[in-house]
Design a protein. Structure first.
Length: 241
């Protein structure tokens, strides 16, 4: 049976200050929790209904009603876990033949989670985030990654400092860019994606060496959702090989 203190503790982890204080985050559902366990993330507590296969982990069994009290989902999914955050990755300069993503002020948790999932799909192992980008350990972000957060390094840093020292091409999607389908794309580089409303900030925009545009084929919306734009851009880079 869940105590009032347990319910209160899990619910307060929706707030960044409590996650940061204790160095933990919440994940839900067999897919997300299973991927994190297989990746070696350390569970502090696992709450699950009887039907969930516990994969050899120590689990506190709860009822459906108790799971609803601690879940951040509209429809709870069998298991909720509190995991210890991994150690903060060292900021490593982009080098070699790798492709990296850099997020400049992406605010929406759903967008950030989807972008992490996109990076995982296209084999991009590191995402650099500006300090004003949404917290990757927000429960909504973790859920939107569908387990990909277990396989992608998320590094919060000064993008300006990072890009100024970069020894690889720096790409950015801008309205005054060149048609991505006609530009030469390299297998290495940093792809910068900007804020949902304002795009890439002016200080970072000045550091971009290769400006790209996803062409619009019909007069209508003013812009693409940043996660969709990220998927299109990453797909084109990988298609070129």
């Amino acid at each position: 049976m869940l105590s009032k203190n347990q319910i209160k503790y899990v619910r307060q982890l929706e707030q960044k200050k409590f996650r940061k204080r204790d160095g933990v985050f919440v994940a839900e559902g067999p897919k997300v929790v299973g991927d994190l366990l297989r990746a070696g993330f350390e569970p502090v507590q696992l709450f699950a209904i009887r039907e969930w296969a516990n994969e050899g982990q120590r689990v506190q069994e709860v009822t459906d009603e108790e799971l609803r009290k601690i879940s951040f989902l509209q429809h709870p999914q069998q298991v909720l876990a509190v995991f210890r955050m991994p150690e903060t990755p060292t900021v490593v300069q982009p080098v070699g033949k790798d492709l990296y993503l850099a997020l400049d002020g992406v605010q929406d948790p759903g967008n950030l989670g989807t972008i992490i999932r996109i990076a995982d799909w296209f084999g991009i192992g590191t995402i650099y985030c500006s300090e004003d980008t949404a917290d990757a350990w927000n429960p909504k972000v973790v859920q939107a990654t569908m387990g990909s957060i277990a396989r992608v390094n998320i590094i919060y840093t000064s993008l300006e400092d990072l890009i100024q020292k970069a020894q690889v091409p720096v790409y950015g999607t801008l309205l005054d860019g060149h048609n991505i389908y006609e530009e030469t794309l390299t297998p290495e580089g940093i792809i910068v994606m900007g804020n949902e409303g304002n795009g890439i900030s002016q200080p970072i925009r000045q550091l971009i060496t290769r400006r790209l545009l996803i062409p619009q084929y019909h007069e209508g919306p003013e812009s693409l959702n940043v996660a969709i734009a990220t998927a299109i851009t990453c797909s084109e880079f990988r298609r070129r090989g």
